[in-house]
Design a protein. Structure first.
Length: 254
């Protein structure tokens, strides 16, 4: 039995209009009723759906998350969304440094750490993502890449802040490809992350941190992944988009 309570979050990416989001979440709430004692759950829809689904999630045990936030408080930053704007809508978590943000929008470890710090200062709980590409894995660079990303992305974070932070290990080659890291492959990196967290923040803190796995997690592979010692949940993309599949995944994970 794990000491850490599992945490499963759905990252919808750029999918679902607000109307579609309302339909999905209304169905999901019914399907996972009563499970929040056993598992922490969140959905991270696009910004445009946050407001409408916030009220549906109230009291459901499913938390609301966003997929990104600005590293500025307010002002002349066209297209950006601030922490205060998210908080007002009932957002609790925010995904930071997803590989798609790093790859397509130039987010560096430095930007990720700034955003994480900003989120924490504002009272949001960051889910900080790290992961290697296929080329890096094949070149035996996985541990170096993860070490650099993790240290850089958490730079300036205090131990107290770390306790409010979730890490998501998402190998880029497993995202949306149907290729999941094997439970052993994932566990190896999760153990490395926990060791790095121990070096940075001490054992007592590191033992409490939720490290999610992400990359083609589905209802039928969730259980074997969650069985691994250092895998404490999942960040789920494609399989979090429909209520039936996502609720089945959550139930299989417990
Ligand atoms: P996937 O995405 O589950 O569709 O592979 C995971 C993620 O990018 O968070």
């Amino acid at each position: 039995m794990k000491q850490r309570k599992l945490f499963i979050a759905g990252n919808w990416k750029m999918n679902k209009t607000a109307t579609e989001a309302v339909q999905m979440v209304s169905a999901l709430v019914k399907k996972v009723e009563g499970l929040s004692d056993k598992i922490n759950m969140a959905v991270c829809p696009p910004f445009t759906a946050l407001d409408r689904i916030s009220s549906i999630l109230k009291g459901s045990g499913i938390a609301l998350g966003a997929q990104n936030l600005s590293d500025k408080a307010s002002g002349a930053y066209t297209g950006e969304v601030s922490a205060a704007m998210l908080l007002e809508l009932g957002v609790k978590y925010v995904i930071i440094g997803h590989s798609e943000r790093r790859q397509y929008y130039g987010e560096t470890d430095e930007i990720v750490s700034k955003k994480a710090k900003f989120a924490l200062n504002a009272g949001l709980l960051p889910i900080v993502c790290v992961g290697e590409t296929l080329q890096e894995r094949e070149g035996n660079k996985t541990s170096n890449v993860i070490t650099t990303q993790l240290k850089g992305s958490l730079s300036g974070i205090t131990s107290d802040e770390m306790l409010k932070t979730t890490i998501a290990y998402e190998p880029v080659w497993a995202i949306g490809t149907g290729k999941t890291a094997s439970p052993d492959q994932a566990q190896e990196v999760h153990a490395l992350i926990r060791k790095l967290l121990t070096d940075l923040f001490g054992k007592a803190v590191a033992e409490k941190i939720i490290i999610q796995y992400g990359g083609s997690v589905k209802a039928d592979n969730a259980k074997e992944l969650m069985a691994k010692e250092d895998i404490d949940g999942a960040l789920v993309g494609g399989a979090s988009l429909d209520a039936e599949g996502f609720s089945a995944l959550i139930k299989n994970a417990i």
